[in-house]
Design a protein around this ligand. Structure first.
Ligand SMILES: *Cc1c(COP(=O)(O)O)cnc(C)c1O
Ligand SMILES: [Zn+2]
Length: 397
């Protein structure tokens, strides 16, 4: 959209919107900047029923306006009652490949087309890879995906015709490899020359929450965090609502949740010190990022909004994922269990008070091979109703 540019986060230099991975002057990270004086939050009548209804506030228009986004925001009455709060769930598992990464992929691929790239490369632990592979397939672009070798059997990316490499190492190594490839190939790189535009997709969750609550905002948001991109972009989205003159009160408190086995943000928060990278040792694949690119922004977002960053012990996570499913009917990626674990902590400590209206972001689905943190083995019974009743401990009447 016209008036859209890039701005260096360090030296604040403005650059034209282009596929660059860093500021040419100081090598700082770049973000997309908008001229908000002309922008509307939602397009006119007949605005798309997808995240593309916010195209004034996104870098490039897509080929297909129908998807992803505009996911349900639903009440969770049983969980609300159990916790004494008003809890709503933002169901990002309702996106085409069942995680919020479809929003990142949609902006990345729209921009890749605008820039004239025919191939898009990304590093991923699974969800981003699937989202990029699917969006590239829908748009006729090639996808090249770098995944940790250990996660490979769990990534259904070949189904979309993408090229997949199982890399010896973890996500952070895959990202480094992506950066090395960037100097060699004329492609779009989600962690490089498309990074600033790709990340913009995540903020549309903030806009949707605002619209879905009838132009209001909750008291608090609880979201899992790995790279910190989602939390940082939620904060940006809420700030932009203010800049557009649509919201005058304080933005929601942002609470980020990390897996105990990979807590770089939570550790920096707890010790009030700068970030340092960790070696991921978590079962939660979607959160196994030891070197969070948006870490400082995420920590800042938690601090400025009056929220915090919480680590949830590994041994609690599967039970929290199951707790969410049992009390809400939503089977989340184990990242959702991490968010629920943090929510329980925050309610217990009083950081989230009785009666608060809280949105928990269900970032992905448990119905992915790598989403299972919960045992899904079934009991076996014979084809016999009495056997079923016996297993249930109910006497036939
Ligand atoms: C990517 C992902 C996250 C973490 O998001 P960041 O933006 O990297 O902090 C959380 N949950 C799921 C399901 C994801 O795929
Ligand atoms: Zn700069």
């Amino acid at each position: 959209m016209s008036g859209t540019s890039l701005r260096c986060r360090v030296c604040e230099r403005e650059l034209p919107l282009a596929p660059v991975s860093a500021c040419p002057a100081c090598h700082g990270p770049v973000d997309v900047a908008y001229d908000l004086t002309e922008a509307r939050l939602v397009g006119g009548d007949g605005a798309p029923r997808s995240m593309w209804r916010y195209s004034d506030l996104l870098p490039h228009p897509p080929a297909d306006l129908d998807t992803p986004g505009l996911t349900p925001l639903v009440a969770a009455p049983r969980l609300s009652e159990a916790l004494g709060i008003e809890l709503l769930l933002k169901l990002e598992d309702a996106n085409p490949t069942h995680s919020f990464k479809d929003r990142i992929a949609a902006t990345a691929v729209a921009s890749a087309r605008a820039y004239g790239f025919s191939t898009v490369c990304c590093a991923s632990t699974g969800n981003l890879a699937e989202a990029i592979a699917a969006r590239c397939a829908a748009n006729g672009l090639e996808a090249v995906v770098l995944c940790p070798r250990g996660d490979l059997p769990l990534v259904p990316v070949p189904a979309y015709g993408a090229r997949v490499f199982g890399v010896s190492g973890g996500f952070d190594d895959c990202r480094e490899l992506e950066q090395q490839l960037e100097s060699l190939f004329p492609w779009g790189f989600v962690g490089g020359n498309l990074h600033a535009v790709a990340a913009e997709g995540a903020k549309t969750i903030a806009y949707e929450i605002f619209e879905q609550l009838g132009a209001s905002l909750p008291d608090a948001i609880v979201s899992p965090a790995a790279s910190g991109m989602l939390v940082a972009k939620l904060a940006q989205g809420f700030a932009e609502l203010g800049e557009l003159g649509l919201w005058r009160e304080p933005p929601p408190r942002l609470y980020a949740a990390q897996a105990g086995g990979c807590p770089p943000l939570a550790s920096a928060w707890a010790d009030d010190r700068p970030l340092s990278r960790v070696r991921p040792a978590t079962e939660v694949r979607s959160l196994a990022i030891g070197d969070p690119v948006y870490g400082e922004l995420a920590v800042g977002a938690a601090r400025v909004s009056g929220g915090s960053i919480v680590a949830v012990p590994e041994e609690e996570i599967a039970a929290r994922t199951a707790f969410l499913a049992e009390l809400s009917g939503v089977f989340a990626d184990s990242a959702g269990g991490v968010a629920v674990g943090a929510l329980l902590d925050l309610v217990r400590s009083g950081a989230i008070a009785k009666g608060d209206r809280v949105v928990l972001v269900v970032t992905g689905s448990g119905l992915k091979p790598y989403g299972y943190g919960v045992s899904v083995t079934a009991e076996e019974v014979d084809f016999d109703v009495d056997a079923v009743l016996a297993a249930l401990g109910v006497a036939p009447s």
